[in-house]
Design a protein around this ligand. Structure first.
Ligand code: AMP
Length: 195
């Protein structure tokens, strides 16, 4: 059996948060979402939250060093020793290098990267719906446009790095929640990653 050290990547509105949690639960590994960590800190008004609130609301990226330290901290906790699913990190090539170095020190590496493929129009439609339903402070038109363009410019290139390693599975992100979970599960099973 291959260790589940996973990353889920997709544009904003691709459903990667929801699918990440489902897959992690099924595999019994923690889902680590940097966006969730930041939002929880903003909500609680911690020092970190105060540092990142304006950045997140504007749709910009939090500095790599700060984000990297948070992820390292989380992955060092005992429940991540046997595997984890990262959602939203790494998000640019420099974060890939940081994560690689951290994992190399532990004799570990990512074992699969799920790329959720959702057309731009569909992501925008889902984000507008989420804005109406959840009132996330970064789901305004300006921030959405900026986040999608950062995704295309900075995040999509990380997939090329992982593609060269042969660990990327492209999964169609359009369909029902269950259908998409099944597609991801099948891709992982094909790599020997099972519960
Ligand atoms: P998400 O929920 O993954 O879309 O993240 C929400 C926001 O948190 C992003 O728009 C960024 O401002 C910040 N963020 C989350 N993950 C990262 C990351 N890996 N690097 C920098 N900023 C991040």
């Amino acid at each position: 059996m291959t260790a589940a050290r996973l990353l889920i990547v997709g544009p904003q509105g691709s459903g990667k948060g929801t699918q990440g949690v489902r897959i992690a639960e099924a595999l019994g590994i923690p889902a680590v979402s940097t966006g969730d960590v930041f939002r929880a800190n903003v909500k609680e008004g911690t020092e970190l939250g105060q540092q990142v609130k304006a950045i997140i609301d504007a749709g910009d990226l939090v500095p790599d060093e700060l984000t990297g330290a948070i992820v390292r901290d989380r992955l060092e906790q005992a429940d991540a020793a046997g595997g984890f699913l990262l959602d939203g990190y790494p998000r640019n090539v420099s974060q890939v290098r940081d994560l690689d170095a951290f994992l190399r020190d532990r004799d570990e590496e990512l074992t699969a990267v799920i790329e959720l493929v959702v057309p731009r129009d569909e992501s925008i439609a889902r984000l507008s719906k989420r804005a109406a339903e959840q009132g996330r402070s970064d789901d305004n038109e300006e921030s959405i446009a900026k986040r999608l363009s950062i995704y295309e410019r900075e995040t999509a290139p990380i997939l090329d790095v992982f593609r060269e390693r042969g660990i990327v599975d492209q999964v169609d992100g359009v369909g029902s929640l269950d259908e998409i979970t099944e597609r991801i599960t099948a891709a992982l099973v094909a790599r020997g990653i099972t519960a």
